[in-house]
Each structure stands twice: as structure tokens, then as C-alpha cells.
Ligand binder design. Sequence first.
Ligand SMILES: *[C@@H]1O[C@H](CO)[C@@H](O)[C@H](O)[C@H]1NC(C)=O
Ligand SMILES: *[C@@H]1O[C@H](CO)[C@@H](O)[C@H](O)[C@H]1NC(C)=O
Length: 334
Amino acid sequence: MFQGWNALLASVWGCCLIGFTWGQLSDSPDVLRNWCLDSDYHKPQPGPEPQLFSECSPWKERSCCNATVSKLIHHNVKVWHGFQFRHCPPQVSSECLRFFRRDFCFYECSPNLGPWVEFEYARKSRQQRFRNVPLCASECEAWFHACKDDLTCVRNWGSEFDWIEGTNRCPENAKCQLIRDTYADAKDFCETVWDNDFKYTPDNEPCMVLSFDPSSGNPNDNVTEAAISRHMNSINSMLNRQRIMERSFSCRISPSIAVSRGIPKLVCDFSFREFDKMRQLKGKPKETPRQKKERKQDFSPENQHKALRVALPIFVGFWVLIGIFIYLNTRPKH
Ligand SMILES: *[C@@H]1O[C@H](CO)[C@@H](O)[C@H](O)[C@H]1NC(C)=O
Ligand SMILES: *[C@@H]1O[C@H](CO)[C@@H](O)[C@H](O)[C@H]1NC(C)=O
């Protein structure tokens, strides 16, 4: 009997768990730290590319782009994805162009964007994109500074251009104006220009740079590690909660609901003791003082409160299921 209920609860809880972690496309640290976007231009797996060109060369030890793509990014006529920086005449400054090339190399070559990858449904050229990658404030300020006196006609370069004959054009009625008049500040620029690829992040938090000196490794690797360990911690605390939940539920085959001031409450501690007794009767080994202490900690008021907040909705759902079960088993058979 216990087994049955526990399995049922585990599956109900399992659904919640999947719901919680849905945001990220993988829970494997190794997959997350070696991720190349699923797109027309990215390699399937990161690897060494000794021939990477110019602004892309920092990634040569471990790259998602190959030499051909790195050259295309720097090509002035036959450009990457047909994207034209010179969408507002007469031209774009070489300082600004350099930052956008770094940004393109970052996009094509970075193997460490796994934790920020999402599915992309709207485009043919790629099935995945990244979103809210933490970009160091100083890096963003430098990028904005390099481009602020250049011209553009739209705020979101990822979605607002008209694409005609394989290249981006300013939409009709869109006026070319200075980048510094188009965006409120550097943060607005970095976050908006590529449709929230980046999130402006203070330098004292883990954040990425668009270019680096490869002789001391890729500094963005550590930023990915920090994100992975945050993600793993949140999974662990979820599993922990699940453990508490399972215990609190397995104690309650005949649940007692105490109504205090009109609010139904689950009573855990009391019935848990009963379950313990039953477990002893079933001949399971007695818990050590340490296990006992851990169990008590699990049921500290704070954890009880937490468990309750999550438990109540599931608890109600649980009894609805039982109601259905009883109904199905007792309805008149023909
Ligand atoms: C580099 O990647 C591009 C795009 O995926 C591909 O067309 C090209 O053949 C590759 N070049 C080499 C040398 O592997
Ligand atoms: C990454 O972190 C490690 C230790 O956590 C440190 O030794 C290393 O220098 C860092 N790497 C970079 C490139 O910042």
C-alpha cells in the first residue's frame, strides 16, 4: 500500500519538478559547458580551430565556429548571414565595426553559452538562440562608446529590419539617427540591439566579455561554471524539497486535517511518528540519532512552512485523484 501511494506521489511531484526546470535545455553540466548553438553556421561540437581569423582568433583553442565562418564575419562585401552594418549611409566607423565583429565572433564561436540557450521557433537559419547572457558592464559601455556616433534606423537589429534580397534594409519610414539618440544608454543598447541576447551585468558579478587574450584561457568559461553550479544548486534544493515532501506524505495514509481558525492545515509531526512506528513494525532498521536529528531538521518550522506551501495544492490534487479512484471502483457495473 505504502509503495503504491509513494509511487503516485512521486509521479505527481515529478511533474512539478519537470515544470520547474523546464527553462534550461539540459541538466548535464558537461553538455552545458560544451554547447554549440544548433544553427546553419555552428559546428556540432566545440573543438580546436588554429586558423581562426582576426577578431575570432581568441577562440582558437575551443571554438564553435570554423575558419571559413570566422573569415566571413570580417568580409566587407559577402557578409555573414547577409547582414549589412552599413544599413545607414555613408558608412560605419571602424571602431564600431570592430565591436560588432567581436560580437559576431562571440555569437558564432563561444562554446560556453549552454546555460542561456533556448529554442528558437521563428527562424529558418537557427533552431536555438541564447538569451540574457550576462555581459560585463565595462564591456557594454566600451561597445556603446565605440558606436554611439554611428547611425542606425531601428532599435532591435534582430527583428525590426526588412530583409530584401538576402540583406537587411531599413524599413520604410524608419529614419537613420545616431545610436546615442536611438538608445537611452549603454545598457539599453546592449540589451536591445540583439533582442535580449545580453543582460547588462555589473563587473563584480560573473559576466562575459566579447574578446579576450587567449594566452590565459577563455575567461567566459568561469562565468558558465558559475551559472552551472547555480543551476545544480537549485536542482538539489528542489530534490531536497521533494525528499521532505515524500516523507511528509508517506506519513499520512490517513491524513489528519486540523482546522485552525478556519484554515485547513496538514499535521505532519504527529502522523509522522505513526509512520515511524509502522516502519519499525515492518522490521526496518532503526534510525541512528544522527538520522533522527536530520529528520527533525527537515521538519523545522521553516521547512514545514515551505513544504506546506507546496504541499497544499498537491495535497488537494491527491485527494481528487483518490476520489476518482473510489468512484471508478464503486460505480455500478453493468
Ligand atoms: C565551415 O562551416 C561552414 C558552415 O557550416 C561550412 O559551410 C564549411 O564547409 C565549413 N568549412 C570547413 C573548412 O570545414
Ligand atoms: C577561473 O577560476 C579559477 C578558479 O576558480 C581561476 O584559477 C582561473 O584563473 C579563472 N580563469 C580565468 C580565465 O579567469
